[in-house]
Write a protein of this length. Structure first.
Length: 227
């Protein structure tokens, strides 16, 4: 029964994924949408920033910067998307890989097969943090989707009705395609990751188990940041 449900969900998700990325690639709104998603990462964490948050920390105190560090990390990676950073990300230590997995899983509605140029997820994260990222993405999708939908009505973005409706559809499509990709990559990507990072896969095993529990709580508590 569950297998049949997943099979039907996969068929729908594949069609939606193809439509989403084809639509976005031909649309002039894609860049504006990416900005909206980045702003939503701050909203998920309870920091309702305007577009200046994408380039400056000057208006935030130390506690706010600490609380929003995941969102700032995502923004930094999107802004400085270079092959050099990709190499550094692949070679980072075990603890940093856990940080990367949670930052993307808990705040970014977009599912990432690669984080940035040169940093494909299965070869950047180890086995344990691959599981952590994909699991975190799935359980945090409801809160991320709600925050992204709410951001479409944020006055600072100055969206037209057409743009707002387009972004709402894209948000829903990202959530559906992302959950499907995460459910598929969680096993396949982890096997690849084990080959590339066998030692870190072992080091991160127990810490990642604990973070799997905490990310479920984050997925629930982030609903409280809606205001």
């Amino acid at each position: 029964m569950m297998g049949k449900i997943y099979e039907n969900f996969s068929k729908i998700a594949i069609v939606i994924t193809l439509i989403l990325y084809a639509w976005a690639s031909f649309s002039s709104l894609d860049e504006k949408y990416q900005t909206k998603v980045l702003l939503s990462t701050f909203s998920v964490l309870g920091e309702n920033q305007n577009s200046s948050a994408l380039t400056s920390m000057s208006q935030m105190n130390n506690d706010q910067i600490k609380n929003s560090s995941k969102a700032f990390f995502i923004t930094y990676m999107d802004t400085f998307n270079s092959g050099a950073l990709g190499k550094e990300m692949r070679q980072t230590d075990a603890k940093s890989k856990r940080t990367i997995a949670l930052a993307y899983g808990e705040t970014d509605l977009r599912y990432h097969l690669k984080f940035i140029k040169g940093a494909w997820v299965p070869i950047t994260l180890d086995m344990s943090t691959n599981v952590l990222y994909n699991f975190s993405y799935i359980v945090n999708t409801p809160s991320k989707l709600i925050h992204n939908l709410k951001m479409n009505f944020n006055e600072t973005l100055q969206l037209t009705n057409f743009e707002r409706m387009t972004f709402i559809i894209w948000d829903v499509f990202h959530a559906i395609s992302g959950v499907w990709l995460a459910s598929f990559i969680i096993l396949l990507g982890s096997m690849v990751a084990l080959l590339f990072h066998p030692i870190q896969s072992i080091i991160n095993f127990f810490p990642s188990l604990w973070l799997i529990i905490t990310t479920v709580w984050e997925g629930i508590s982030n609903f409280m940041n809606l205001r």
